[in-house]
Design a protein around this ligand. Structure first.
Ligand SMILES: [Zn+2]
Length: 234
């Protein structure tokens, strides 16, 4: 069955172009999804930081309350010192005051440490906020770029598919059957240009009878990989 190189080459070019466009179209939503995931991760990190600050503040408040209560207690003991009935009682109160004062000092240190941790966390939080802003801006940019690109690609895809349909209409019925069978199985991978004397699809050297058929512009497939062969543009 005769078919010109130009026809097969043209069909193949269209199929390759369509496949490339479809790949790009599929990539779009994946890019958007990845950008959204980055935003989610940044939000998550910020939220965790804020939560940690909240916990530390609660911790500091609780300890501060405890400290005030104990300080009041020390004050009470100090009042009772003058009312001590004897030296033993006086000594006992004095020891109690010393113990509570020591405990308060430890508590004060702990509070100070927590406040310092809160300071560090707040610096980190501002970093997370900045990062989130950048990532969010990046997401908006990606989404708008993808939307624009998809619009162009879809129009272009429709155009090339229309052109291909036009080419297919012109094929001889006999060849059309063979072509449809090949394309339905392997799509754009169903054809290959000749590479010198080898198949450009599987790189196997072709026997002279195949090369001869190609010269006679006969529809012929590579005996090795089954791709429909055509001679490249000269
Ligand atoms: Zn081959």
């Amino acid at each position: 069955m005769n078919v010109s190189d130009t026809v097969v080459r043209n069909l193949h070019q269209h199929l390759v172009q369509i496949a490339e466009m479809k790949t790009q179209i599929e990539r779009g939503p994946r890019q958007v999804k990845a950008a959204i995931l980055q935003v989610d991760n940044a939000k998550d990190a910020l939220l965790k930081c804020k939560e940690a600050i909240k916990q530390k503040k609660m911790d500091a408040d609780r300890k501060q309350l405890q400290l005030r209560e104990r300080e009041a207690k020390v004050h009470d003991w100090e009042g009772k010192m003058n009312l001590a009935k004897n030296n033993r009682e006086f000594q006992a109160i004095k020891e109690q005051i010393a113990a509570d004062t020591q405990a308060n000092s430890v508590l004060s240190d702990e509070i100070l440490e927590i406040l310092e941790e809160i300071d560090s966390l707040q610096i980190a939080m501002r970093g997370f906020e900045e990062k989130l802003k950048l990532i969010e801006a990046e997401r908006v940019k990606t989404e708008s770029a993808v939307t624009g690109k998809l619009a162009v690609l879809n129009i272009e895809l429709e155009r090339v598919e229309g052109n291909l349909a036009g080419l297919e209409k012109q094929l001889l019925p006999e060849f059309l059957v063979q072509y449809k069978r090949l394309v339905s199985n392997r799509s754009e991978d169903s054809m290959a240009a000749l590479d010198d004397v080898s198949c450009g699809g599987c790189y196997t050297g072709l026997p002279p009878r195949i090369l001869d058929s190609l010269r006679k512009e006969q529809a012929i497939v590579c005996p090795s990989c089954g791709r429909l062969l055509y001679r490249p543009e000269r």
